[in-house]
Write a protein that binds this ligand. Structure first.
Ligand SMILES: *Cc1c(COP(=O)(O)O)cnc(C)c1O
Length: 427
């Protein structure tokens, strides 16, 4: 048989591989701790001399199986789960940045990520330059500094729906000897594999399509194994020089292509502790089993809804990268030829107040602070997720005050459109 398997097969089969007589379904290792017969062996585990489980804050078998599935879907070499998408982006950056370092950040990233990097990590001594993801290569390069350690951007920005020119970003990052970290939450590995286009690290808020049912907050980090940290020991001392908290081991020497994820697990998880619960990982795994079926339907429904809105007289504009009229149509065709995501944004001719009015009239589409799950939902970022931003920051983030974020679910597309129709008729 052909290996590695195709994505549909990975969604179903990867991760848990039961041996003779073991449970067919991934077990929930609902245990904080693991038993050993010799004290010496336990010591070796603590020294990272031997692989094995000892405490769920560091590693848990249920979590590792699910991380392995996501790793294979992305085509990476190592992966870990985190308690949330926020924790994933925090760890992905903090694993290679410390006080005095600098990050290049795409201006259109998710509001929570923007806040994390621009405000909270600043308090940790890490500065950043915010760049327009559409800027040309030279402008992008001008954002780098001597102390830059990584670039962070989203495949499809939430909620601006800007499609990242991954190759352009990867080229700029590599020209400055730093990795490109891509948050691939909206596209999912079903629609895009950023590693194929030069990204080095991928992060996910598994809370969105991967879970897909709005049940569990979670995150993941995947390493492509392609970035050779050992070429730049001065830039990445945390990976390339002895870790005194682990008897002087050097991650790149001891763990090779798994150095980055091993360091994030053994240092950041150990000290900061944003672990995903095994129960949530189990539920996430059920979501992953149908991801390959759900994503095409999300995209198909979203395209129908976007086309409907585009032709409605009360609608001022529609932004969906799957529409031919979208400025990002070509980039989307290149990086995500099978579809982008189920999220649409649009504005009404009546502006901000009409947006609020429409939301109150919708019946099937629920107002929730969520996006990217099976049920159609709607949100007004300027009054909800992005309310901590001022007007200038909103514009930089590609979020204009009237923007409605509409997350198209898996219901019948005609019913979703009928709901919009009745709500639009009332405003
Ligand atoms: C939701 C989201 C996050 C944050 O994830 P949580 O799981 O809510 O912590 C990060 N990035 C993107 C693109 C998101 O949509």
């Amino acid at each position: 048989m052909k290996k590695p398997y195709r994505k549909e097969t990975i969604c179903i089969q990867s991760g848990w591989k039961p041996k003779n007589g073991e449970p067919r379904v991934l077990p929930i290792y609902q245990s904080t701790t693991f038993k050993y017969e010799s004290s010496e062996q336990m010591g070796r585990l603590f020294d990272l001399e031997e692989e094995g489980y000892f405490y769920t804050r560091l590693q848990n078998p249920t979590n590792d199986c699910v991380a392995q599935k996501i790793c294979e879907l992305e085509g990476g070499v190592a992966a870990m789960l985190t308690s949330s998408g926020q924790a994933a982006n925090h760890y992905a950056v903090f694993n290679i940045c410390e006080a005095g370092d600098h990050v290049v950040l795409s201006s259109t990233v998710y509001g929570g990520t923007f806040n994390l990097i621009v405000n909270t990590m600043k308090k940790m001594g890490i500065s950043c330059s915010v760049v327009d993801p559409d800027s040309d290569y030279d402008t992008l390069c001008a954002a780098f500094q001597e102390n830059t350690k990584c670039v962070l951007a989203e495949t499809i920005a939430n909620p601006a729906l800007v499609v990242l020119d991954i190759e352009k970003f990867a080229k700029a990052a590599h020209a400055h000897q730093v990795p490109l970290i891509v948050d691939n939450t909206f596209a999912t590995p079903i629609n895009c594999n950023p590693f194929k286009w030069g990204a080095d690290i991928v992060t996910h808020s598994t809370t969105k399509y991967m879970d897909g049912h709005a049940m569990c907050v979670g995150g993941a980090i995947v390493d492509s194994g392609n970035f050779d940290w050992s070429l730049y020991p001065d830039k990445f001392p945390g990976l390339c020089t002895p870790d005194e908290s682990y008897h002087g081991i050097i991650y790149t020497e001891k763990f090779g292509k798994k150095a980055y994820i091993t360091k994030a697990t053994s240092q950041l998880m150990r000290d900061l502790g944003s672990i995903q619960s095994p129960m949530n990982a189990f539920l996430l795994n059920i979501g992953l089993e149908t991801l390959h079926l759900r994503m095409p339907r999300h995209c198909e429904n979203a395209l129908k809804v976007a086309q409907y809105l585009e032709n409605h007289e009360k609608v001022a504009w529609v932004n969906y990268p799957g529409l031919k009229s979208s400025k990002y149509y070509e980039l989307a065709q290149k990086y995500m030829p099978n579809g982008t995501c189920g999220v649409i944004s649009f504005g009404l001719k009546g502006g901000r107040s009409a947006a609020e009015g429409l939301m109150d009239k919708l019946e099937l589409a629920a107002i929730v602070t969520h996006v990217a799950d099976a049920r159609t939902c709607v949100l007004h970022p300027a009054s909800h997720t992005h309310r901590q931003m001022n007007d200038e920051q909103l514009r930089e983030a590609g979020v204009n005050p009237e923007l409605i974020r509409f997350s198209v679910g898996l219901e019948n597309a005609e019913d979703i459109i009928a709901d919009l129709e009745q709500a639009l008729a009332q405003i």
